[in-house]
Design a protein around this ligand. Structure first.
Ligand SMILES: *Cc1c(COP(=O)(O)O)cnc(C)c1O
Length: 320
């Protein structure tokens, strides 16, 4: 319910995803407060990282203070540099495009396919084959002369992109793959958890995501050196555990123990959150079926969506 009933009467709104804090959040946060471990030290950061890594089946997880920060650092550890071009879903929240620009690289927007509204592998193929040329091992955009070095498939609305053709193209053209799985924690592509299919995967725990820490993010990878580097860069690029020695520009992107305590409690109940989402989607699906000009979101045969944000395509103008 909105706070202001008068306003609610005028514009009734259904929030896209409300936080559900009905597990051990209070208990774990109280423990942080009682023990004074409120900042980035304390056991919950590691426990939250471990629980998420185990859940998606990744070897390593590094917590960050937002999903956008996770994307920024992921692009850095994947080796994207200033002046590079990165293929990004055009239908997306702006964060991945912003993260590309933080590095002085350029997003090249790839449109969605018509069936499931995810990044279209055929358009990636067309771009690489027709608008790029390979020269000295570099994939160069013929128009701009810039090297194309990475792809960010954004799994939008809780549903996976068609990853096999994307991974094949990445392999063929030697491009890094950074999955933006921020909207799709728990969703699967051909049985495999999103976030673990590319080189690096990113999650978000913003207030409107499937699970929340108020704000936060996570980087997952099976590559130990990428994980180490992500940890290093999110922690001010500190080269000595005691002394303040730095050889690179680092970032203060750490998650706090307080936030991680909430996240750890949320992870204990993630299956309940997904179950609720699937129920809500089924209910919408029933209620909205058979209406001309309205096309409820479909689930691909290779997908297990978590239905983070139920969506329908409107192709006919509605007359009130
Ligand atoms: C939510 C979201 C992010 C990350 O958002 P933060 O608020 O920084 O955690 C990134 N990409 C997409 C597609 C998102 O929906």
């Amino acid at each position: 319910m909105p706070n202001n009933p008068a306003q609610a009467a005028v514009t009734p709104r259904i929030p896209l995803c409300e936080p559900y804090l009905n597990g051990n959040e209070w208990e774990y946060v109280k423990e942080c407060l009682d023990t004074n471990w409120v900042s980035s030290g304390g056991s919950y950061v590691n426990r939250f990282e471990r629980s998420l890594a185990d859940y998606v089946g990744a070897d390593h997880a590094v917590a960050t203070n937002s999903g956008t920060a996770a994307l920024h650092i992921s692009l850095m550890v994947a080796g994207v540099q200033a002046g590079d071009e990165v293929l990004v879903s055009s239908m997306t929240f702006i964060a991945p495009a912003n993260a590309v620009r933080y590095l002085g690289a350029y997003p090249v927007f790839i449109d969605a396919e018509a069936d499931y509204w995810q990044m279209d592998p055929l358009l990636i193929k067309g771009f690489l084959e027709q608008e790029c040329q390979v020269q000295d091992g570099l994939v160069l955009n013929k128009k701009t002369g810039r090297p194309v070095t990475a792809i960010i498939p954004v799994h939008i609305l809780g549903h996976p992109c068609d990853m096999d053709p994307i991974l094949e193209l990445a392999e063929k053209y030697d491009l890094r793959v950074i999955e933006d799985a921020t909207e799709s924690l728990g969703a699967r592509y051909k049985g495999r958890m999103l976030g673990t299919l590319g080189d690096v995967g990113c999650f978000s725990f913003n207030g409107n995501k499937l699970i929340t820490t108020g704000g936060g993010g996570m980087i997952v990878t099976n590559n130990q050196s990428l994980a180490k580097r992500a940890e290093y860069l999110t922690n001010q690029a500190k080269d000595d555990p005691l002394e303040y020695v730095h050889h690179e520009i680092g970032f203060n992107y750490r998650l706090t123990n307080l936030q991680a305590a909430v996240g750890f409690a949320q992870m204990e109940r993630i299956e309940n959150h997904i179950e609720a989402k699937l129920k809500i989607a089924a209910r919408y699906g029933e209620g909205l079926s058979g209406i001309s000009g309205l096309h409820p979101m479909q689930e691909a045969p290779w997908a297990d969506s978590v239905q983070w944000l139920y969506t329908a395509l409107v192709t006919k103008r509605c007359t009130p």
